[in-house]
Ligand binder design. Sequence first.
Ligand SMILES: [Zn+2]
Ligand SMILES: [Zn+2]
Length: 273
Amino acid sequence: MQKFSFHTHTVFSDGKNSIQEMVEKAKLLGFDKIGISDHLIVHKNITQTRSYEEQKRIYHQSFDEVVAACNKHAEDIRKAQKTYGVKTFVGYEVDYFTYKGWEDELRDFLTKIDYDYIISGNHFLMSEDGEKIFDIWRFKDCDDALKGDIKTYIKRHFETLAKAVRSNLFMFLAHPDYVQKIEVYREQDYQSEINALIDALMQTNTPCEISTKGLRKFGHFFPSDHILQKMLKQNIAFIISDDAHNIDELGIYFEKAEEQLASFGCKKRLIPE
Ligand SMILES: [Zn+2]
Ligand SMILES: [Zn+2]
């Protein structure tokens, strides 16, 4: 069974436990390594989102704001490796935005921080120019205008993920169908966008995660069985993630995810070193 997780959160973003507590739990579980991938959510108009007030601690308007904090965070993660003897990796789960200049700013930021990897995890729908964003998890409160045009926004969401993948910046793609959270989402309406996303993964050789968070929250994995099967048909590599936000979620249902991957004939696995 996979004995590591590279999609985990700590109090640095919206997790409940410290780095030390997460690494200690990883050791207890017999993990030989763990990647800490706290959220990195940077958008110049982030203050306009519905969730800004409650999330402002982890939402940022510019990359410059977070350089110092990220470097201190990396130091703490590397210290925990020495304390617990579990190999630690410094990662971030980055929301990929599409407004002009954003990707260049991210690339520049990455030259200024100590990190090992980033993963692509998108939690927002966005306008065509990427300037206005809407929290997927607060969708119920969104503008009626957005609701009326929701299919366009969800299509764009998959297109944004494909762009993120094609940037070649990310070690793997997290929760590709996070839009399952939106009640009106029906996977069959987005086949061509999902196929294009799978093409992007294939052509860039980017792995995808199978996340047990879906299992905890909705009773089935992210991605859906159907998307998982399609991806495996194209021989996309997979990594099992828990998206753990506390020590109890670390490594949870990994045996079920192993069974799922085996039953669908997964042959390629991502094993970060
Ligand atoms: Zn996420
Ligand atoms: Zn996450």
